[in-house]
Design a protein around this ligand. Sequence first.
Ligand SMILES: Nc1nc2c(c(=O)[nH]1)N[C@H]1C(S)=C(S)[C@@H](COP(=O)(O)OP(=O)(O)OC[C@H]3O[C@@H](n4cnc5c(=O)[nH]c(N)nc54)[C@H](O)[C@@H]3O)O[C@H]1N2
Ligand SMILES: Nc1nc2c(c(=O)[nH]1)N[C@H]1C(S)=C(S)[C@@H](COP(=O)(O)OP(=O)(O)OC[C@H]3O[C@@H](n4cnc5c(=O)[nH]c(N)nc54)[C@H](O)[C@@H]3O)O[C@H]1N2
Ligand code: SF4
Ligand SMILES: [Mo]
Length: 688
Amino acid sequence: MLLTCPLDCPDACRLKVTVARGEDGRERAVKLTGDAAHPYTRGFACAKTVHYPARQNHPDRPLYPLRRVNAKTDAEPVFERVTWDEALDDIAARLRTLLDTRGPRSVLRYNYAGTMGLMEGTHAHALWRALGTPELDETICATAGTAAWSLGYGTRLAVDPLDVPHARLIVLWGINSLSTHSHLTPQITAARKAGARVICVDPYRNRTAAYADEHLKIRPGTDAALALGVMHELFAHGWTDEAYLAEATLGADDLRAEAAAWPPERVAEVTGLGTDEVRAFARAIGTTRPTYIRVGYGMTRHESGGTNLRAVTLIPALTGDWRHRGGGCVLSTSGAFKLKRARLGGAHLVRPGTPHVNMNELAGALRPEAGLGALMVYNTNPAVVAPDASRVREGLQRDDLLVVVLEQAMTETARLADYVLPATTFMEHADLYTSYGHHWLNYNPAALEAPGEARPNSWVFAQLARRLGVTEPSVYWTVDELMAELLDTNHPFLEGVTHERLKAEGSVRLNVPEGFLPYAHGAETPSGRVQLSPAPQYRPPLAELNAEYPLRLLTPPAHHFLNSTYGNLDVLNRAEGSEPHALVHPEDAARVGLEDGAYARLRSEQGEVRRRVKLSAGVQPGVVVVEGTWWGLSAPDGQSINTLTAQTLTDLGGGSTFHNTRVSLDPVSSSGEASRTAGGRLSAAGRE
Ligand SMILES: Nc1nc2c(c(=O)[nH]1)N[C@H]1C(S)=C(S)[C@@H](COP(=O)(O)OP(=O)(O)OC[C@H]3O[C@@H](n4cnc5c(=O)[nH]c(N)nc54)[C@H](O)[C@@H]3O)O[C@H]1N2
Ligand SMILES: Nc1nc2c(c(=O)[nH]1)N[C@H]1C(S)=C(S)[C@@H](COP(=O)(O)OP(=O)(O)OC[C@H]3O[C@@H](n4cnc5c(=O)[nH]c(N)nc54)[C@H](O)[C@@H]3O)O[C@H]1N2
Ligand code: SF4
Ligand SMILES: [Mo]
């Protein structure tokens, strides 16, 4: 069968899933590859999702509603199996009491993009909005980038990824695309075969840097300086497209004035690059048409991350690359999915004055004085992925806080729950999927019977809604009703993209024109032009490095993980080196007497972890890289890397700053316990 991958990844692949009937008569997924007929998936699934069947059939997967019977502060959780009615009646009663006595402020939904499904992801919020609980600002990943993009361009539109082979220069800037957007690689390779050069801008030699023709090993957080330096050269050498600037932009003079202050020498000083490197980079961009710049979220995860990204994304407005097929800049294709979203997720139910909680500030929201009585967690694993994770865990452990976790896996968040409610996977529920890396809209039917008593989020929330007396109809919509609503639009991009076709074909290309040039004549901003002013300005990090914290920690995604989704699979943990490693430059290691393979203590203002050191000349001196949000259970000290990260927000969009932590590094005398294998251990009572 063919299904779309639901994970938080730009590729939204079409997957070919092979099923086999087990001895119990139930069909299970046994093998997974990519659909060879899909023009973007091109027959391969990534190194991680080929193992999805093992995750779905994992022996520790929760299959029945579970109630915690021991204290949440005990090291090993003990759960007992209860019926759905027992669980739902008790949860609904406790929510009712909180809503009546302490008001909707006392209940918080906490969710992210564990599934990108519009039904099981976004629309699941409708119940909470009908109840008037606080709005969760979903800022952990993309909002700094989104806010930055919208200042310049309005909606996030993008070059068609199938047009990348037209580009003659490809700049991969703050994106480890070979790992995190792997289906872009065949497109880049095609461009390269046709003569394109590939440059990667990243503080360390990741897989993408190793693949590229050139790697600019930039100092973290300094991209605005490099972008302004490129602009300096574009203006100075007359490499700007004056016709485009006049027709399609506003504020070029402002940008010209700011860029004038950034000659290559100054850029080199700030970014750590060589003056000649900066000059050559600017020349390449200035003199190669089309230039395609693919940005990721990496450079946004800093205090000035929004501005840094905005500076980079404005470069093609100067070169006029937006007029050339395959040229321009891409953050996300998501703006092309012009669905009717007014009632998606109950957006129309949000009342004025509803309090907001920024999801990056969960640790703060869980402090007793913040007044929360219940946390409803779905599609996310905050005990591992949220900043300041040890405080998040302390909060989840409060005995006066009801923690309900809807999950497919016995995650560390689930292990801290009062109730674990077993969730279905994308093969077991129907849903609709957009993409942020291509232009296909996708539909999955419920292809496999759910094991045990696993249920979709939408089923659980409809059951709770009934018990809470909610009458708002959108809370009870089926997938078909949601699809009908979303497709009820006359936007040309959705012309011919019908319910019937989605069900019959599974993946339907938006009606985006062939050779789409999204900003060739302007942008979807209030003025209709690309907005270049106010000119972005470089700001050094507020938290400067000092004697106590001399190093900057980056914590980017791992090749074999998808955030924490695969952290319980031994095969993928092994592929990543069996335990998390800290990549350290030999000079930094020598300074404190650390050798390759030794254990080190990394300490930040938030906490400390123990990690095995891997020496690497591919890292900037002064920078430490720990790839992957490993489960704490797989780390030598049981801690998530987010024990070190802070709730600090970005300049735009209230985003996360995961690559901006200052740390110290010291040897530890004992080697630490041997790495443990992840996989939540269920008590006997919890298992069938
Ligand atoms: N294999 C794999 N794929 C994934 C994921 C995964 O966990 N694993 N996660 C998915 C998700 S949710 C997302 S959001 C995307 C994220 O995918 P990306 O956008 O690729 O990841 P980022 O964390 O944003 O980091 C990208 C790169 O930015 C670099 N970087 C950090 N700071 C700076 C800086 O100041 N300047 C510059 N120029 N570069 C910097 C990092 O070193 C890193 O190599 O990937 C998705 N795909
Ligand atoms: N240090 C550091 N931390 C980071 C990052 C980083 O680069 N560095 N990256 C950040 C980024 S970009 C992101 S997007 C976040 C991601 O963090 P999360 O959104 O928490 O993503 P995952 O860790 O993949 O966990 C998703 C969970 O959702 C569950 N799930 C999936 N589908 C369903 C479903 O249908 N129903 C239910 N009930 N559950 C489901 C999965 O089983 C899984 O446990 O992490 C952030 N954290
Ligand atoms: S995680 Fe991304 S690359 Fe891997 S199968 Fe899913 S959509 Fe494709
Ligand atoms: Mo993300």
